[in-house]
Design a protein around this ligand. Sequence first.
Ligand SMILES: *[C@@H]1O[C@H](CO)[C@@H](O)[C@H](O)[C@H]1NC(C)=O
Ligand SMILES: *[C@@H]1O[C@H](CO)[C@@H](O)[C@H](O)[C@H]1NC(C)=O
Length: 353
Amino acid sequence: MAMVTTSLSLLFLSLLTPFLAHPTPLQPSPYLSPPTVLFPDYHKMTTHFKIYTYDPPKSFHFTTPSETQFHNSLLNSQFLTRNPNEAHLFFVPFPHDFSTRQLSRFIRDLRQNFPYWNRTLGADHFFVSRAGIAYAPDRNVLELKKNAVQISSFPTTSGNFIPHKDITLPPLHPNPSPLVLPHAPANKTTSFLGFMKLDVKSQSQSQSDKSLVQEMEADPEFAFASEPLDLGESRFCLFLYGGDLTWVGEAMRVGCVPVVITDRPIQDLPLIDVVRWSEIAVFVGPRDGVGELKRVLSGIGDERYERIRGLGVAAAQHFVWKATPQPYDAFYMVMYQLWLRRHAIRYARREWV
Ligand SMILES: *[C@@H]1O[C@H](CO)[C@@H](O)[C@H](O)[C@H]1NC(C)=O
Ligand SMILES: *[C@@H]1O[C@H](CO)[C@@H](O)[C@H](O)[C@H]1NC(C)=O
């Protein structure tokens, strides 16, 4: 146990001073890439990455908290350039209620007025759309859908997300709970096996989700409340995929291991190509009821539990949005995911004239 704790604090140190520590690949890590690759590449992004933004078709505002925060942060960041020739990626801003026709016209204008769309057919372009865009027979919209990187809210609308290309924004909790300690003590006495926030608008949930929730409500080992008060009291924090996931980062931060209840593999998790979700959260299906859920959660031994919890605490900083972006926060990690997608194939312009 002492060994695990030591390596975790080492890991945490290495997050703060990435260039001083050289963790071996065998050390537990919340990241998909070895830290010796990830952090230098992230650093390169902060100094080199350039984005050119087109003028929006009309003046408008993004409407969800995470979209608004992302957009404001981008506009005030060092990433914007006025010189499209040095840009790695091009930002296509349009309002969420644009019709397919309006969107098509906007892309057509970009295609005709700038040389950049034709070079890659949109593959070095990105856009923000909270619900994502659907397939459309229109050529302009289809190229935007198939080639450009879509940034949308999590969880995404079914059918509107293309894995490995598209990105979701870490949810932004409108007012993160100040009532909990930043790091719950490792020896906390857990009063509850699992905590779930009561979700008032839960009509989107499946029948198996609903019956599982009913079973849990009747079980004293699970706690339900409309506002998470002291997450540190609970060993696990339960989320229904498709329900309210706005405080999953907050749960991690305070050391309440997130449990995501889902009946299918999730491909649209935020930061999915940066963090190793299987190391910072537990995924269970709703179908086999509360007995199976308890069996899975109780079967997680102390050593594994502490490892998941520690890696979650270390990864939590990447899910936090700040009014003024801070290194490694949600804004920078979304930018990093864009940076990973900057190598688009550029078609020769001649082919298209
Ligand atoms: C891009 O290609 C289309 C044909 O697909 C053409 O109509 C348009 O003028 C081209 N844009 C530029 C800037 O050359
Ligand atoms: C457990 O935590 C309490 C504070 O909640 C602290 O006073 C106590 O020393 C801790 N025990 C151990 C063994 O770390």
